[in-house]
Design a protein around this ligand. Structure first.
Ligand SMILES: [Zn+2]
Length: 97
């Protein structure tokens, strides 16, 4: 079985700091939202999927650890899954091959 996702690293567009690693499932080209469950690194963000937060409003924004730019905002998807809604133009992605 081949893997059915693509692995990306997400970097801050402003200062190019590495922020996280993400497994993207599905065919869509853009990264509009990051599902918490598919963030694989760093541990601090990967752990969000099993955190003790009770409401999405308790989750902090996704911010660059270097320049503090806000890259994504917590939200719920149509399927009630927790995501970061990504601010287009504020991040760069690199495909791992
Ligand atoms: Zn930055």
């Amino acid at each position: 079985m081949g893997k059915n996702y693509k692995e990306y690293s997400i970097h801050c567009a402003k200062c190019n700091t590495y922020m996280l690693t993400y497994h993207k499932f599905g065919a869509g080209k853009g990264i509009l939202r990051l599902y918490f469950a598919h963030i694989t690194a760093p541990e601090s963000l990967a752990a969000l999927a099993r955190s003790d937060y009770e409401r999405i409003s308790q989750v902090p924004n996704l911010q660059c650890p270097n320049c503090q730019e806000v890259i994504g905002v917590p939200a719920t998807s149509k399927g009630k899954r927790w995501v970061f809604r990504m601010r287009q133009g504020f991040f760069r992605r690199k495909l791992h091959k």
